[in-house]
Design a protein around this ligand. Sequence first.
Ligand code: FE2
Length: 383
Amino acid sequence: MSVIVSAAIEEGGRAARVGWADGTSGHFHAVWLRDNCQDERCRHPGNGQRLFDILDLPADLRLARAEPTADGEGLEVVFAPEDHATRFPAGWLREHRYDEVERKAPGWLRDGIETWGRELGDTLPSLPFDAISRDERALARWLGWVARHGFAVATGAPREPGTVIRAVDLFGFVRETNYGRLFDVRSEADPINLAYTGLGLQVHTDNPYRDPVPGLQLLHCLSNAAEGGDSVVVDGFKAALTLKDERPEAFALLARHPVRFAYANASTRLEAKAPMLGLSVEGELVEVRFNNRSLAGVEAPGEAMAAFYAAYRVFAEILERPEHEVVFKLSPGDLFIVDNRRVLHGRKAFTSAGGRHLQGCYADRDGLLSTLAVLGERTEGSA
Ligand code: FE2
């Protein structure tokens, strides 16, 4: 257990240094401590939400007192000039130190992400639909694959229209769009989207012309008697990191210059501008947008345009390398889910119109991650 052995006010009350029995110490600012006050005047006891805002705090806030409790298991503080007294648990403070803690340099990918290539096809992350519908543990496993790999398959779902929505209901909420709550993917005589033909589709992320882009896509197979029509998924993060290794200048071009994606029909005008490779402020790769059908323009200056197109081409070639492709055939009843901001999907061409019928829908990642976190906590104790 962490025990506090010393506390000293510094910087005229603007900060305090706290020491623990194991010789470690932490430097805490008065304003940080006050903002993180955990007692019931400051946090809603039910939901933990903060009950004040930054402007409720005095601008000249300082510590009038900071001392370990008699048993060392907490830190007693009094803030001036508002005379607000509270107590921080020693262990909580130690966990939340923000100086002298070895900070891990951000990597290229966020923690918990595992990239993959063709080998994932050998042990497809797949569970029976029945299992994920009935068993929370199985569902947590399945959702964990989506969080980690950005891809999972469920087999043997009912071959009924609307089943894809039942799959989303297991973890979140359908993201409705101009294509409806769900959309049918099959050959049509007058298609509003090339997805609704028998043409092969280059691997892509869906709807990059939206803001925000749908975080998840699900596709459920109702029938698949056609010749061909195999599904293909590619880990866009793996491909982007391959590009970075082989052609760092190409990676930089695709991350630096935005492109416009657009979609229009009689009743819809959608457009969004973003780089094909999206980086966080810390430089981590967080998004891939790639869709040849809806790319509307490259927003690179003239002198960079040829190099940009060369980079785009190299990335497309990397995406099509067999070692990056997981190819599988959906049987009637099967469905798959992809993280649409990471994993690209496509299909091989197929013949025999009407012989292949899928239903798809979109959802968002936050709902899935929330369900995964709740299930994780609920099933942990009973392991
Ligand atoms: Fe698609």
